[in-house]
Write a protein that binds this ligand. Sequence first.
Ligand SMILES: Nc1nc2c(c(=O)[nH]1)N[C@H]1C(S)=C(S)[C@@H](COP(=O)(O)OP(=O)(O)OC[C@H]3O[C@@H](n4cnc5c(N)ncnc54)[C@H](O)[C@@H]3O)O[C@H]1N2
Ligand code: MOO
Length: 420
Amino acid sequence: MADAAGSSMVTAEEHLAWILDRVPALAPRSLPVGEAHGLTLAGDANACHDLPLWDNSAMDGYALRAADVAAAGPASPIALRVLGEVASGSAEDPQIGPGEAVRIMTGAPVPADADAVVPVEHTRGDRADDPWAVERVEVIRRADPGANIRIRGEDTAAGAVLARAGDLLTANRVAALAAAGEAAVLVRPRPRVAVVATGSELQPAGAPLRRGQIPESNSMLVAGLLAECGVAAEAVQVHGDDTDAFARVLAELASQVDAIITTGGVGPGRHDIVRIAVEAEPEVRAVRVAVKPGQPQCTGRLAGGAWIFALPGNPVSAAVSFELFVRPALLRMQGRGEVQRMRLPAVAASSWRGSAGRLQVLPVRIDREPGGLVCRPSVNPRGVSHAVGGSGAANGYALVGPERGDVAAGDPVDVIVLEP
Ligand SMILES: Nc1nc2c(c(=O)[nH]1)N[C@H]1C(S)=C(S)[C@@H](COP(=O)(O)OP(=O)(O)OC[C@H]3O[C@@H](n4cnc5c(N)ncnc54)[C@H](O)[C@@H]3O)O[C@H]1N2
Ligand code: MOO
């Protein structure tokens, strides 16, 4: 281990940069586009063909020659002979002469002889009980050339870049790639992650508690935070403060997963078994980060292969550490270009005590108000790290830089929103 626990203090930015410089990108693989939602592209993806593929109708109506209906109006209908129909999926390209039209449906290819589509609402049919004409249609509104025709390639040209390496494949992106003819995409997989909560005081939720015991909640916290960033935990374990047993668990998991997230046991205490277990690991750093909460961190690559993110046991400290360091690292393993959440400007609705010299990451309730976003602490800022109860009501974090001190009501603060 590079430093003895707590022997050096680094900024949150420096610790994140240290992590992002080192975490490996997982090997890419090709997947059918329909299985790639939520993954990250490992190479640029281009349109295989124009979108739309051919000039097609934007309306259910009649394809015709615009010049034929230039003088049409409600009081001066123009009658056209109906030749037939081009339905969606039809490969027909019927010839249309002057004074002629074909019924056409939305999305169907516009016949080469037509230069406009008139919606059925702007026509009168030749039967009393049906708006659609069979043989003869009266057009009661003029149409300009090009009206209601979606031009081949006007959305995206063949060969255009639709998404780049590092982009998340959102539902919209997957749809764009499929629509543009991509059958398979090169993506990086989600990391395999194990969660290990440590502490001899921990009991299953709902179990009877004697003095000194508490319900275990961090494993659910971390597994849930993983799920919220698209990763299903492969293993979730809870262990007591037995250094040897923990070292064995770590050694076993290190060759099975890409990352191990532990909580608890990173302080300088006599039973802080995680810190003790990773002390001899040359590529794991133990640092104190200038952040509140989330100060003690042991992070790096274990000799067995996996990365370890040993987070403090205090529940809010663990949650903040996950947000600041683990989430970006897991996204970078997937090759994601942007690994940080968007920071939005908000206004503090109340004053709170700051933490000059450390980045304050405060669980807050963020609300929309007519003037913009406002936020108020959801925990007592006096003691944030253990405030698991109050933090449950938070929907984001306020980020107050180390150069700032206390926050006054009305002050601007940056927030990140955690709810989708
Ligand atoms: N002498 C010092 N003491 C402490 C320091 C320090 O610098 N010097 N740092 C404090 C800070 S800051 C933090 S954060 C904690 C980090 O402690 P650990 O990572 O060793 O965490 P634990 O001692 O195991 O637990 C802390 C706290 O959290 C509760 N906890 C732990 N695991 C869970 C769980 N799975 N579910 C729910 N709650 C859990 C635990 O009961 C403790 O109350 O150290 C400070 N001390
Ligand atoms: O720095 Mo510890 O993680 O706050 O309480």
